[in-house]
Each structure stands twice: as C-alpha cells, then as structure tokens.
Design a protein around this ligand. Structure first.
Ligand SMILES: *Cc1c(COP(=O)(O)O)cnc(C)c1O
Length: 384
C-alpha cells in the first residue's frame, strides 16, 4: 500500500515507503547503516543497492514518502536544503542562463546563486514574485531558465499565485520552482498547481523537531529526476541514514502538527493585531493580510510563521529578547516556539540590499505548545 495515491494526505504521510520489514515483521523499517552491500556474484546487486552514496534503503524509504506527500513521481533527499538546491541548480543551469528569483527568498538561496553560481556565469534577477505584472514584464524582457519562488515568503509572508506564476514561466519555457518549506505539502501542493519542482529544507517542518538538517527535491519529470539523481550520486551530498530516518519519523506527524501550528499562529497573530504597540502583523490567515484571499484558495491552512513590526527597531529587539517560551534562535518549524530578529540574525547577509528586512520586524515560529502559554508570553514581552 506504500504509494496508493488514492489515500488521504495523513495516511500517505504515515505509510508511504514504510512497509514493515519482511524478515522480522518489524512495523518500523530498520535504519540501514551499512555503507556497502554484498553482491551475488560480480554485479549481482540485490534491489540495486551497491554502495551507501549511490543508494540506501532508509533514504529510499524517505524519498518514497516525500514523493507521495507532495504528489510527485520522484523525490531525492539531500544532506541539507541548500545541498538540494545546489543539485537542482547545477542540473538545470549552464553559463549564460538566468534565474528569476523572488525578492524575499531564503538568504542562503540568494547567497548560493549570487556568490557561488554567479561567478560561474549564471545570471540573477530579483523581482517581487507576488506581483505577477512585474514577473510578466521581467520574463518578457529576457526569458529566464528558472523562476524561483517561496510562498509564503520569509519573513514577510507574501503570497504568490503559484498557478499564475507557472503559466507565465511556462510561456517562455522556464522551469518553475517552488520552495515549499514554509507551507509544507500538508497545506499546499505546488506540483498540483502547475509548478515543476518543489524544494524543501526538511530541517524545518518536515523534520519538525529541530534535531535533523536535511533537504529534498520533488518533481514529475523523469529525465530531470535522472539528471538530479546523477548529481546526488556524483557530487554526494546525500542524507545520512539516521538523518533520513529522523525526517521520515517527523513527516508521519506532519498533518497534525501543521494543523496545531496554524491554530496557534492565528491566535498569536490576532493577539498581536489587537495590541497598540504593534505597527503591523504579517500573517496570511488574517483578513487584513493582502494575500489572505489567495492564500485561502491556494492553501488548506495558513501555517505557523507570524511576523510582526513593532514601533521601532529598538522595540523589536527588546521584544525578541523578552519572550521566554519563545526561545531566541535561528531556524523555524519545530514543535517548540522560536523568536528571531531577522535584520541581525537570519537575514543579516542581505542587510542593505533589495532583500533587506525592515529593522522593526520580528519573526515568530509558533510551536505546538498550549496556546494560552504562548499568548501570555507574547503579552508579557509586549509590555517590556
Ligand atoms: C532553511 C531554509 C532553506 C535552507 O535549508 P538548509 O536545510 O538550512 O540548508 C531553504 N529555504 C527555506 C525557505 C528555508 O527556510
């Protein structure tokens, strides 16, 4: 029953790729640490397994699960989100090609393109992807090889119309890539909306417990999957077996976690919106959010990230240092609530650029703790 596409999302998340062990009946498939596989005569491989970089059954189980939950024919897992991005970009780009990038993508994505790939001759243009007229104008000027978007974006939670963007990109022959780290497939399925490739930092919600770094690509195209698979093998940034297993375990509870993250985040966003000390709340679940109607159409929940602008940079710093249950740390998507001051933490590398985050903004990754405790913590931090 591993990949029965007729099953619901939560069933796929629990079962896809997770067949019990045929030799013992163990309900949880074992973690395979072996780096090499005995051959039945030279070249006589069992199920294609030969060496740990080229293939590992625990990684295969994760990839099967990832493909099922995103609704793609193929998934490939990597040692980090950026390793996944690197494999995808190198499979697609050659010198002279250009990437059209959203203006508030993950800072590391911008850095990979601007500082690693640009010196090899890859072009980069940055636009506000949530403004489809701007995107239309940009692709008409020059056709990019890739259109790359994050929606909701980080940390300002802008919402881009994926189906609309895919249509614009495909008209000029571009490949449309959606980083689905924030929404996760529990809330948004970009491939079904017309995107070509989904990117994940599984470090965040998919792993879900802030205890494993990883990344993944999910896609439908057989030839591109083969090219990326070749790079996964030839370059070697694969997920280790324990990393793959932890990620698989995290994904099994993704549906319930995202539901609770979304409920708690809406409660926190609503509290913030009602405070006189708050200048602006960024959360697509609020009716005041400019992308609310689009998010309601394109997503089945609004996710766990809330950003808030306080009255000043100083007030924002004070707030970020005053929460107690929300721990001050980088990253997001774990069961525990975190607070981040983007200008000096996650987005310090884009300070002073087009992608800079306003100094008044604080980002909250709302966890799955008791909502009353989260609200009390935010309230006390606001009064500091
Ligand atoms: C964290 C993150 C990445 C990078 O992933 P790593 O696992 O840290 O390499 C990419 N995109 C988004 C949206 C992220 O949040």
């Amino acid at each position: 029953m591993t990949t029965d596409a007729a099953r619901g999302f939560a069933s796929l998340a629990v079962h896809a790729g997770q067949d019990f062990d045929p030799t013992t009946g163990a309900v949880i498939p074992p973690v395979h640490f072996s780096t090499t596989y005995a051959q039945d005569g030279i070249g006589g491989l069992r199920n294609g397994y030969e060496y740990g970089r080229s293939g590992n059954p625990t990684r295969t189980a994760l990839q099967t699960q990832l493909a099922a939950i995103e609704g793609g024919a193929h998934a490939l897992s990597f040692a980090s989100g950026l390793a996944a991005e690197d494999a995808l970009l190198r499979a697609l780009l050659k010198p002279g090609d250009e990437v059209l990038l959203g203006n508030d993508v993950y800072g590391g994505t911008y850095r990979l393109l601007a500082r690693v790939l640009a010196p090899w001759g890859v072009g980069l243009r940055v636009v506000d992807m949530s403004d489809l007229d701007e995107v239309r104008a940009a692709v008409a000027e020059r056709a990019p090889r890739i259109v790359w978007v994050e929606t909701p974006s980080n940390p300002l939670l802008r919402i881009t119309d994926i189906a609309g963007l895919a249509a614009i990109g495909h008209e000029v022959g571009a490949l449309v890539v959606v980083d689905n780290t924030f929404a996760t497939p529990a809330l948004q399925r970009p491939l079904a909306l017309g995107a070509d490739v989904v990117v994940h930092s599984t470090t965040k919600y998919l792993g879900g417990h802030s205890d494993v770094v990883g990344g993944a690509l999910v896609l439908g195209d057989d030839a591109l999957a083969e090219q990326i698979g070749f790079l996964q093998f030839a370059v070697g940034a694969v997920s280790g077996p324990l990393d793959a297993w932890l990620t698989t375990r995290g994904i099994k509870t993704l549906a319930v976690r995202m539901q609770r993250h979304s409920e708690n985040a809406l409660a926190v966003a609503s509290l913030l919106e009602g405070s006189s000390r708050v200048a602006r709340v960024y959360y697509p679940g609020l009716e005041s959010h400019p992308g609310h109607a689009l998010a309601a159409r394109q997503m089945s929940g609004f996710g766990g990230i809330v950003s808030v602008a306080l009255e000043s940079g100083e007030a924002a710093r004070r707030f970020a240092e005053s929460t107690q249950l929300f721990q001050l740390a980088e990253s997001l998507g774990g069961v525990e609530s975190l607070v981040n001051y983007p200008d000096a933490m996650t987005h310090a590398s884009v300070r002073g650029t087009d992608a800079a985050v306003p100094v008044e903004v604080v980002r909250l990754s709302v966890g799955i703790e008791s909502v009353d405790d989260l609200l009390a913590d935010v309230e006390q931090a606001l009064t500091r």
